[in-house]
Design a protein around this ligand. Sequence first.
Ligand code: ADP
Ligand code: TRP
Length: 333
Amino acid sequence: MSDADKIVLTGIKPTGMPHLGNYVGALKPLIEQSKSNKTFMFIADLHALNTISDAKQIKQHTYEIAALLIALGLDLNNAVLFRQSDIDEIYQLNTLLMNVTPKGLMNRAHSYKAAMDRNIANGIDVDAGVNMGLYTYPILMSADILLYNSDIVPVGADQKQHVEFARDIAGYFNNLYGKTFKLPEPVIGQDTGLVPGLDGRKMSKSYDNTIALFAPENELKKKIMRIITDSKLPEEAKNPDESTIFQLYKHFADEAEIAEFAEMFRRGGMGYGTAKTMLFEKINSVLEKPRAEYERLMANTDEIEQVLANGAERAKIVASKTIQRVKKAMLGK
Ligand code: ADP
Ligand code: TRP
């Protein structure tokens, strides 16, 4: 099979606005790939249920992710964009896969182990606060992956184990019932380089140093002005590779602009205030149009619902075929 024929699938949990690191490291490459490959992209609202119990919040975050992907130019011809919970077959496959999944596999899941370790460190029951949604999270994720015959699953490093579990579960199933599922492969994007946050460390929710992808213009400016720098004077020469301002700029500008900005650092004569203003203008020029489209969509959620309904219709065609195959293999009907 050539790479272009491979089916790509990924799910995004609706837990809030992504930051610029998520955009450069995950969303942008996905959107690029959706131009060349058949792509299933869904908002994993069922996966958010183990942590969010407010329906309004889940719905709002679902709209945010959908609007954001549409605004960033996701190719809706190649890509099937839908909401996980809209496809009834997912609940069915989840139940069916339970029976070929060893309990021991779930015990080894990183996310469950992390919850246990926290409880042990706090001297409380190992399973305190752990619901079955969290414990069986990898089974639902396997169902997502296998339902749509995925070949490639692009994920962050923290999700790699889950995709490997999907591959294991597909293997157990095929051994027991005959070849029913393809074996999916995790793909971890790594060539984009890390986007630094306001304090120079990796931009990450855990460090509270992020810039939201579609922060309003004034907030974007304020955040950029807060980037931590050293105390070099404007006239001094500066090393661009040591500057968070330059490292961020690199992800948004073209080759010629990057070379010119680097030269301005090395030459001296540019203060950090000026450099930050240039960075703001660059990022803003890239995000301005998609941000306006995002805001327009968020004010017209019916339009988002329409895109999701259309995606669900297309996703169901594949899902129903898979579930028929699985029911035949397991139940003889
Ligand atoms: P966070 O560190 O904020 O919790 P996640 O772990 O949820 O981010 O990351 C989701 C996706 O975004 C992953 O694919 C990850 O590789 C990518 N990503 C996150 N932060 C960065 C960053 N600073 N630079 C590049 N990619 C990033
Ligand atoms: N578990 C993923 C996350 O937390 C989201 C997700 C759900 C997913 N189902 C998926 C990712 C299937 C890839 C494939 O980020």
